[in-house]
Design a binder for this molecule. Sequence first.
Ligand code: C5P
Length: 222
Amino acid sequence: NNHIAIAIDGPAAAGKSTVAKIVAHKLSYIYIDTGAMYRALTYKVLQEDVTLEDECAVGHVLHNTSIELVHGDQDQKILLDGRDVSMEIRGEQVTNHVSIVAKHRNVREEMVNRQRQLAKQRRVVMDGRDIGTHVIPDAEVKIFLIASVQERAERRHKENTVKGFPSNLEKLKEDIRKRDKIDSEREVSPLVKATDAIEIDTTSLSIEEVANEILQVVYDIQ
Ligand code: C5P
């Protein structure tokens, strides 16, 4: 059986996408970054000056928006209405507002529909907050990645510094805490570990160690 779905959930900056990409590559599966979909919508909502809290207005924007995940040979591109916004959606502005947009019930229903379409044929590694609990509740492998706030902020801080971006560790910690709080406390499909998910604490593990642990779980069920 090599047609399985792998769901990877967890709090902000726990290394989900890095690990998911490696696992997908090793298995020749498709990687689907659901956070990028919420980020792309947030970017558009900010650009169009739509009130983030206005569920109806935000839902309307999404309804008229195409979001595509294009798989290149190196990295994935995010196309928003046909335009590459892969860089823009990683900015601080989007990062610090995305959780408000992702709270809305109508937004989540539409995103989940789109994500289920993408996962239909299996052979996917999908990462997010509600993949194992809601998007693919029958995923064959469910992983919940966690790490301390300190560790997650330090990793992000290092990434920023390497890229030459301005970065403040305390601010990063504060932002991560805030985002986790909104994501965990929202009414619709909040961030929570699925009862049948395997929890991996990545605080003292390398990226390769985490990826190998997940691959081992995959090989074990096959
Ligand atoms: O994973 P990433 O940090 O890119 O996700 C950005 C935000 O998108 C999360 O903080 C959360 O608010 C939202 N999100 C979500 N459900 C998902 C994926 C992301 O609510 N499945």
